[in-house]
Design a protein around this ligand. Structure first.
Ligand SMILES: Nc1ncnc2c1ncn2[C@@H]1O[C@H](COP(=O)(O)OP(=O)(O)OP(=O)(O)O)[C@@H](O)[C@H]1O
Length: 517
């Protein structure tokens, strides 16, 4: 599967941009030192290292560009100057011919586009490295957007990925800093990311779930507008959804000219994110400005529109608990609690000394309080917490890394819209409400409701089980005579136990009946 000419080309480009300096400086393998010395002859780095890496990735093609974009979010691993430069990577590429797009749709949906759609726009509205989007109209008049996967993507990706794995192995072995950079882990993560993005049915299902989450109750309906999935027009390489009408959130001047209140927009953006994280545990994790639009239609002016559902994150109750408690403890500067939370939840080995962890957490968190609360980046705090945790042998769960990356995006977006945005003020009510719901009466009620079905099965069996336990025939004579001695006391106790169990069962039954009624 691995192509030698392609590997050589990658290496030549890497040398041309002197990328060896980035990862191999300080190398002490004799043959590699000599080889590098020859290869470096005549080339002299004149540009900043980040720019050289960006240009190299651009000349290696769309998969490497995508890799650079993903890498730009790993600020826990790479220095800020490189991350900033990689964030500039654009993966707009020339569209593939519309004939080919139409043929792919026909093959996937089993009918010619002329028969499937009342109208199918020949020219794509957008084309990126993985897919391109065509607008169309269904026979019932609904306007749709049809996302079509580029042909032959899987083969190209698998070839480039196997090369990346080879390079990652080399870097890990040769580079003095190789282990810390975790190149194989980064490529592994990228591999998963790409394969997820390649399955458009998966993306359609994510879209459908997000739409349901935001359509469920009236309050939320106005927060975020998510396209409806046209399931009859979807396949693994074709995703047809409702067409949305809006303006990219980054075009602030246009939005302002339409009368959209920008500070409100900034606050709502953060609220939407926290709603997804703490209420649903399911969040859109590719929140770059190109995927977030704002409605320009009179009826829905200013409402957020989500697009591109290739990457989403899911959080368990445990993750949410970890996040909420840590944020709250952090803002109360209660580092002992942060440390204890990590030990009690089993995040760090039980043998970890609480004071040691507390000291480490204090060292990373305290500098943040040098600035006003409104300027603190929750994404950065989380990142620093993760970095500290790593030193104490914690493997950070991928969904939390995804969340931290998205949080940085959301904060960036919010502050771009409104530099005065007080993130903590916007986030705090969510965290407190969530904690309240979890530990307060509401939380207990919710838990009981969830368990109600189980209890309704167990409850009727209680008297039989109690009776069976109290009249076990297999008690030996010795035990019986021993028991006879204390029979009186026990009978008294048993009567009390049965009475109490009965009362408890009735109370529980009434409570459950009230909850599920
Ligand atoms: N439902 C829709 N309604 C209107 N326009 C859409 C819709 N879906 C996608 N588009 C347009 O197509 C563009 C690309 O869509 P999308 O982001 O889903 O594709 P992508 O291939 O994942 O691109 P990228 O990798 O750059 O994010 C969007 O920025 C938007 O302009």
């Amino acid at each position: 599967m691995m192509s030698l000419p392609r590997l050589l080309r990658i290496m030549l480009i890497a040398l041309r941009y002197r990328l060896d300096e980035l990862v191999l400086s300080g190398i002490d393998h004799p043959w590699a030192v000599r080889l590098l010395w020859v290869a470096r002859l005549g080339s002299r780095p004149t540009m900043a290292r980040g720019m050289r890496l960006r240009l190299a990735l651009e000349s290696l093609g769309p998969i490497f560009v995508k890799f650079g974009q993903v890498l730009s979010t790993r600020r826990d691993l790479i220095p800020p100057d490189i991350a900033d430069e990689l964030a500039l990577l654009q993966d707009r590429v020339a569209p593939f011919p519309s004939r080919e797009a139409a043929a792919l749709v026909e093959a996937a949906l089993g009918a010619p586009t002329g028969q499937l759609f009342a109208h199918f726009e020949k020219d794509p509205v957008a084309s990126a490295s993985i897919a391109q989007v065509h607008f169309a109209v269904l026979h019932d008049g609904r306007h749709v957007a049809v996302k079509v996967l580029r042909p032959g993507m899987l083969e190209v990706i698998d070839k480039d990925l196997s090369l990346m794995r080879v390079l990652a192995g080399l870097i890990e072995r040769l580079a003095p800093d190789g282990r810390r950079l975790k190149p194989r882990e980064v490529v592994g993560e990228f591999d998963k990311h790409l394969h997820d993005e390649l399955d458009l049915l998966r993306e359609a299902a994510n879209c459908s779930q997000l739409r349901r989450n935001f359509a469920a109750d009236g309050e939320r309906k106005d927060l975020l507008w998510v396209p409806e999935v046209m399931w009859d027009y979807c396949a693994s390489n074709v995703f047809t959804m409702e067409r949305m009408y809006g303006i990219p959130v980054s075009q602030v001047d246009r939005l302002r000219a339409l009368g959209v209140d920008i500070p409100t927009l900034a606050r709502t953006g953060v609220e939407i994110f926290f709603t997804q994280v703490f209420d649903d545990g399911f969040f859109h994790a590719d929140m770059h400005p190109g995927n977030i639009y704002v409605s320009d239609q009179p009826a829905t002016l200013g409402r957020y529109i989500a697009l591109d559902f290739g990457i989403v994150g899911s959080l368990s109750e445990f993750d949410k608990n970890y996040l909420a408690q840590n944020f709250l403890a952090f803002f109360q500067r209660d580092y002992r609690r942060v440390a204890r939370l990590h030990i009690e939840s089993g995040w760090v080995p039980a043998s970890t000394r609480e004071e040691e962890l507390e000291g480490a957490v204090r060292a990373v968190c305290e500098p943040y309080f040098d600035r006003p609360l409104a300027e603190i980046s929750l994404g950065q705090v989380l990142l620093r917490l993760f970095q500290t945790s790593r030193r104490f042998n914690v493997e950070i769960q991928p969904q939390l890394v995804l969340l931290q990356k998205t949080l940085l995006n959301v904060e960036g977006l919010g502050r771009q819209l409104d530099p005065q945005l007080d993130l903590w003020k916007t986030a705090k009510p969510y965290l407190e409400r969530w904690m309240h719901q979890r530990v307060g009466l509401k939380g207990i009620r919710k838990k009981l409701t969830q368990e109600a079905a189980q209890w309704s099965q167990w409850l009727p069996e209680f008297p039989r089980l109690i009776y069976a336990q109290l009249s076990r025939p297999d008690l030996s004579a010795a035990v019986l005579s021993e028991l006879q001695r204390s029979r009186q006391a026990r009978e008294q106790g048993n009567r009390l136990l049965v009475a109490l169990t009965g009362v408890a069962a009735v109370a529980l039954g009434v409570a459950l009946w009230a909850l599920i009624r």
